[in-house]
Design a protein around this ligand. Structure first.
Ligand code: SF4
Length: 293
């Protein structure tokens, strides 16, 4: 248990202080394309911020968010029974040691728990992988500003994808500024409001630059990308040609009478990391080349 907690708290630390490789590459590419004076200045500050965080071992943004774990666990992973407790203890340990900002507030008490653990937080989504002996954990640190953009709605199917695009653009043009652009836009399409919302969050977990394998969903990603870029929100909302890190669409089948759409954003400091832990507690960090915990 101690070894597992140590591994997980070190993983949380890495996610808080270091942007994953795909986010860094996307930021570098966007900064080379941005031509506005203020946009260039913002990117320069972002890279100073990223380097200072690494040098000093502190979080890349002061808002370290609420912790959300998306877990694919094998039925033969030997520590499956201990995982839930280990994640909670690791969250408390990382909050003290990194430190992470205590962000968990009990809504009916208006009380901050002080350790990033509270009712149903950290949020944990479980997926069972039959016969596998590993666990793959994706951690997303959901900051307040970037979560303020979140929205979901059930449209009548007659609205079609025109309605989906209008809804997404309405949300992004109204609230996208809170998500410290350039943001990653996640769109979920499904049967009900909560599944579409969850799919939009899962869309943020996909690598930046990845394309939905369904050509029609990929086409929606392209259309939304162009339209959101056309808003010219720019880095930190100061105007410019680079507004999004990417657009990822995830979907499920829907009910004949519903076309639900969810919107989530991930800010420029998109702290989403993956760790794959094997049964002997050796691990891989696919999004952090060369990093050892
Ligand atoms: S939106 Fe992201 S970068 Fe901006 S304050 Fe929130 S967590 Fe930090």
């Amino acid at each position: 248990m101690d070894a597992l907690v140590r591994l997980l708290s070190n993983f949380i630390r890495t996610v808080a202080i270091r942007l994953p490789d795909d986010v860094l590459s996307a930021l570098k590419e966007l900064s080379s394309k941005e031509s506005s004076y203020w946009g260039k200045a913002v990117y320069s500050l972002m890279f100073d911020n990223i380097n200072l965080a690494l040098e000093k071992g502190v979080p890349v943004c002061q808002d370290t968010g609420v912790l959300m774990f998306f877990i694919d666990v094998g039925t033969n992973f030997p520590y499956v029974n201990k995982l839930y407790d280990a994640l909670k203890v690791a969250t408390i340990k990382a909050t003290e040691e990194v430190p992470l900002r205590p962000n968990v507030v009990e809504p009916f008490d208006e009380k901050n728990t002080g350790n990033n653990v509270g009712t149903r937080l950290p949020w944990i989504e479980w997926n069972i992988v039959p016969e596998a002996d590993y666990v793959e954990i994706t951690l997303y640190l959901a900051g307040g500003g970037t979560s303020l953009t979140g929205n979901a709605k059930v449209l009548p199917p007659a609205s079609g994808f025109k309605g989906v695009i209008e809804f997404v653009l309405d949300v992004v043009s109204s609230y996208g500024l809170n998500a410290c652009p350039p943001f990653l836009l996640g769109v979920g399409i499904g049967a009900t409001v909560e599944t579409a919302a969850l799919l939009s969050k899962r869309a943020l977990l996909r690598p930046i630059g990845s394309i939905n394998p369904n050509p029609k969903a990929a086409s929606l990603e392209r259309i939304l990308y162009e339209k959101v870029c056309g808003l010219e929100i720019g880095p930190q909302g100061l105007g410019g040609s680079t507004t999004v890190l990417g657009v990822n669409v995830e979907y499920s089948a829907r009910h004949p009478a519903t076309l639900a759409v969810g919107v989530s954003t991930g800010c420029w400091a998109h702290r989403r990391g993956v760790i794959k832990i094997k049964s002997d507690l050796t691990y891989e960090l696919p999004l952090y080349k060369g990093v050892v915990l």
